[in-house]
Design a protein around this ligand. Sequence first.
Ligand SMILES: Nc1ncnc2c1ncn2[C@@H]1O[C@H](COP(=O)(O)OP(=O)(O)OP(=O)(O)O)[C@@H](O)[C@H]1O
Ligand SMILES: [Mg+2]
Length: 434
Amino acid sequence: MSQGVIHSIKDLIITVEFDEDVAEINEILLVDNKQKTPLLVDSLRPGNIAVCLNLHTDRSLQKAMKVNRTGKDLEIPVGEEMIGRMFNALGEPIDGLAPVDPKLARRSIFKPPSRTNSFEASEPEILETGIKVIDFFTPFVKGRKIGIIGGAGVGKTVLMMELIHNVAASGVGLSFFTGIGERIREGHELYDTLRERKLLSSTCMFFGQMNENPVQRALVGVSAATLAEYFRDDKGKDILFFADNMYRYVQARNEVSTIIDQMPSEGGYEPTIFSDVKTLQDRLSSNEKGSITAIETIYVPADDLSDPAVQMIQHELDSIIVLSRAVAEQGIRPAVDLIHTSSSLLSPDIVGDRHYLLSVQVQSLLQKYESLKGIIAIIGENELSPADRAAYAKSKKLIEYFSQPMSVMEDMNGEKGEQVNREDMLKGIEEIIV
Ligand SMILES: Nc1ncnc2c1ncn2[C@@H]1O[C@H](COP(=O)(O)OP(=O)(O)OP(=O)(O)O)[C@@H](O)[C@H]1O
Ligand SMILES: [Mg+2]
């Protein structure tokens, strides 16, 4: 394989010049130094120049250093040994335990397996979460995608942790957790919690948190998806894939292209970001061998749901749980905005006639409640017709009913967490609205 030399260094962008036989896009190059610094080829420029990303932010690189081709993409190890461990975007362990066996097979993170039969034809299987508001409005269906969306600090991470607590513990299969651009502390807390609850043996964790460079933050979701695909296709596993936070993936991709000098476009996002999001979402899919059920949080900048990136991520989701600051301020937890929360899976063939009909009634009651709130603000509750007053009272009860203490908050607020099975949840709603 040919050798190149470092031609220029600008922030995380390293250009490498080759005489001939230039490297390929997505190839890993290794600098000929002691630590064999890996560079990832992002694009090629005329004159046999490879534009590369400095994956480890190695500041010791200098012009004219020699660089070797590997002929290989960025690859991560795959195998059972990966379970129970914590990795960065390059598949390197970051849990302080033993290095991964170098004999493990490796897989390119850029070459997803070709898609086979779609999973959608098979019988839908509902996974109960024990969280009333989710089980009722956004049923959690195996192999589908669910988004938890909301502004800063409205409870996205807490709700996701509760889902991990309730669903992962029920032994559905293998859980993946991918931290993208969020707090480092949250990753450690999750690791400790899983270890205490002896759930590490069915979990894999990948982190590219806010302390990492944008290249790793942009790659970590794809790396985790690669290992999830391996367990789905080669081991026939059902996988729960949790990602916190998908918006940070968009942001990191954007930062990377800004440093590579691409012109940003719509709403300040770089041109290819939308296809990047779609490619990642498509990889979190199911086939006849196994399933990937994705649960993603989506940060909403400035509480603006019309942000183009937020809209784009939502396109690929089957259910969207919207968390709202206004609801949180009323002390309702989880702070779900019941009007804007929606799911394409709330249909009779998936949840059954009883659940479906109840959901139609509940939604119409909640719509009514919204319009009555405005009227009451002007004329007061006593002026309402008896029917409206009854509808208003029922809606208030419903809203209270969907509030529920979380097990993962027990240590913080001392209130015991609660899980409610689907049957009891439906009964509870029937009792309120009859
Ligand atoms: N269900 C809940 N019950 C009690 N408190 C909660 C709940 N959800 C959130 N909180 C409180 O709100 C805080 C912020 O929640 P969380 O970290 O989940 O927000 P976030 O939406 O993930 O924020 P960010 O956008 O900053 O990541 C928590 O630390 C906790 O104090
Ligand atoms: Mg969070």
